[in-house]
Design a binder for this molecule. Sequence first.
Ligand code: ZN
Length: 413
Amino acid sequence: MNSWASVAIPPIDAKFDFPPLSLWDTARSGSFPLPEKSLYRLYVCGITPYDATHLGHAATYLTFDLANRYLRARGAEVRFVQNITDIDDPLLERAARDNVDWKELAQSQIDLFRGDMVNLHVIPPDHYVGVVEAMDLVTQSISVLDERGTTYQVDDDVYFSVRSDEKFGSRSHYPLQKMMEIFAERGGDPQRVGKRDPLDPLLWLSHRDGEPAWSSSHGEGRPGWHIECCAIALHYLEPDKNSETSIDIQGGGSDLIFPHHEMSAAQGQILQGRPFASHYVHAGMIGLDGVKMSKSLGNLVFVSKLVASGVDPMAIRWALMESHYSTDRSWSNDLLDASIEWIIRLRRALSMMEVAPTAPVIEKIISAQGSNLDTPSSLASLKEWVVLSENGSHGGQAGELSRAIDALLGLAL
Ligand code: ZN
């Protein structure tokens, strides 16, 4: 699958010192620096292409873009892979409801998503991989799980035994009752008779009438959700055999903590015999005017509609950075209006002949971003600099600040 257009990242002056990037790891319930490396492996779960790209999506991809940018600004290489869940229950259900071909629906939404990512200045993945095109990888991974004795069948469907991973549950830390509830809400089938553990996830769903199917050693069918990301990540990120974990960052929205990331990590542990990721990082959910934004409530705000109405994508980026990525946040017109105003003032300040000193604000932004992507502090420093510049402070170089906020915050002004 084609990714989207690459993004130029300006250099930051070598005089600035970059501490290691600390990120909140859900598995360890704390903020920890990533180990020093010259190459990081970043996997971010992609969209199911039927409602792209609402602000919840945008906030998630922006979060990992900020991590990507910081690591690159430190001089490291980042190998970045993202999937598209282009075969899944919600996609098939939406296509059936709207009486459209599921492939056409997926393609139109993927095109929309790519355009939104370009507008939001998100660095594209090195590999943007649809599940449909990765079917061989998925079925090969299931075969390895078979060989390790971690799978079983119920009728013609194949399940992964979560108890085969002794660390099962250790990335999400949810009590059993909560796991059972969430599993049922997010595609799981805890009530199915014949399963060894109610939480065992599907690896392969045998062919159902009217559904697309692919061949595998378990017969015709389609894969379960979690094995897809696991197989794509472990192939395209080319894990280093000498590393303690297969990849560095497993990223996504907080609604993926369980079951999706727990299950992917459990399967990854069995496939490679070591922890799947060093950091499991999750972005909070976005609400609208204090109410959770969701498909069922019909209150999704879409990036493409905002941009089509004339909103500067950089103002959307700014608005999403006004609060911390890890928190559940609220979107509102007031927030957007204030962000539009700050972008105008920042752009104006950067074009002035004399500006307030810039090295101190760049240092503050580096420090904030390195400390678990603290964008509220970064934006506060920028606002302070704008006000100082407007009030006649001088001695700075607008060009170096402009390059730094483009490289670190993705604000291309
Ligand atoms: Zn995923």
